[in-house]
Ligand binder design. Structure first.
Ligand code: NAD
Ligand code: UDP
Ligand code: UDP
Length: 312
């Protein structure tokens, strides 16, 4: 049994990770300031004697005794990370420094939830880990993209300078139950709009692409990365290479919900990437990992979740 710290543990991905690591018999310390996370995501875990929740902001130092750290704290939806952009950069950068300081003092392994956003609006398609990215330093997404890029830099410098054992995961768009209904990300937006019979909001002409990974596949990849061979640091892409336009996603959601919603076209936000698709050869080779759940199967479970949530 290990004592595992999960920052951002009350969020979408974090709550699934808490559940998984508890089921494996570990003790979990969930640290979250509840900016985008919710107590309802972890409510069912509060009675578990191996689970502890601590309301704390990772931009402040944290002194606890644990065996492993998963650093997920950071708002992930553009709407939320652009709400207080200065705090977003602080969370990624100062949060990384504090968690790396903790890992250094305790001589323990730490995993960083990085992102495909480090590739920006990519000119190379699909994106391998070796691609260095095309990121604006001044646009409205920079608080998130550059914060996450700087966090990766800190991880690799703590590794080289202080011998901290690091694992860096570049997560591509991931969806599933426990996304916040007002999260603003495309999968939750389209499903909630379709279920409510509201217009489906397509930004731009809807021909931009994303590759969507179901949450269970993501968590499997994350745990495999944490337990990968000593010396394997990543960065490693974890995502589903199936690539869809936003128009295709909208049509699929309308078909699967049987909704009468109409498409409504709105302006494309600044710096919105036109294409995104992971190369996952490294994850296959090092982690023996590949996604198992295709978009349609993942949407069935996600639509079911939002349907119950909206009716409840
Ligand atoms: P989320 O917003 O649901 O979860 C983030 C959690 O971090 C929330 O519970 C929030 O309250 C918490 N948090 C934010 N700032 C904090 C702070 N200063 N101190 C403590 N807690 C703080 O988002 P998610 O989708 O679960 O994302 C989790 C991680 O994975 C994030 O780091 C995100 O950047 C990364 N990621 C996610 C995706 C995706 O598609 N879901 C893609 C790429 C990267
Ligand atoms: N830190 C922390 N918990 C710890 C150890 C360190 O939060 O258990 C923080 C500490 O406050 C510092 C940061 O991590 O601001 C970086 O620590 P490091 O030891 O690398 O740097 P230093 O303390 O020398 O500035
Ligand atoms: N998007 C959209 N309608 C929405 C929300 C998002 O068309 O209601 C588009 C958005 O412009 C982007 C894509 O869907 O091109 C994915 O957006 P999301 O915010 O989910 O993730 P990210 O842009 O960070 O990949």
């Amino acid at each position: 049994m290990k004592r595992i710290l999960i920052t951002g543990g009350a969020g979408f991905l974090g709550s699934h990770l808490c559940e998984r690591l508890l089921n494996e018999g570990n003790e979990v310390l969930c640290v979250d300031n509840l900016f985008t996370g919710r107590k309802s995501n972890i409510h069912h875990l509060l009675d578990n004697k191996n689970f502890e929740f601590l309301r704390h902001d990772v931009t402040f130092p944290l002194f606890v005794e644990v065996d492993e750290i998963y650093n997920l704290a950071c708002p992930a939806s553009p709407v939320h990370y652009q709400f207080d952009p200065v705090q977003t950069t602080k969370t990624s950068v100062i949060g990384a420094i504090n968690m790396l300081g903790l890992a250094k003092r305790l001589k323990i392994k730490i995993l960083q939830a990085s992102t495909s956003e480090v590739y920006g609006d990519p000119e190379v398609h699909p994106q391998p880990e070796s691609y260095k990215g095309s990121v604006s330093t001044t646009g409205i997404r920079a608080c998130y993209d550059e914060g996450k890029r700087c966090a990766e830099t800190l991880f690799f410098d703590y590794h080289r300078q202080h011998k901290v054992a690091i694992k860096v995961m570049r997560i591509f768009n991931t969806y599933g139950p426990r996304m916040h209904p007002n999260d603003g990300r495309v999968v939750s937006n389209f499903i909630v709009q379709a279920l409510k019979g509201q217009d489906i909001t397509i930004f731009g002409d809807g021909r931009q692409t994303r590759s969507f990974c179901y949450v269970d596949d993501n968590i499997e990849g994350m745990c495999r990365l944490m337990n990968s061979r000593d010396g394997f640091t990543g960065p490693v892409n974890i995502g589903n290479p199936g690539e869809f336009t936003m128009l295709e996603l909208a049509q699929l959601v309308i078909e699967m919900t049987g909704s009468k919603s109409q498409l409504k076209f709105l302006p494309l936000p600044q710096d919105d990437p036109m294409q995104r698709k992971p190369v996952i050869d490294l994850a296959k080779k090092e982690l023996d990992w590949e996604p198992k759940i295709d978009l349609r199967s993942g949407l069935v479970k996600t639509i079911d979740y939002f349907d119950k949530l909206l009716k409840g």
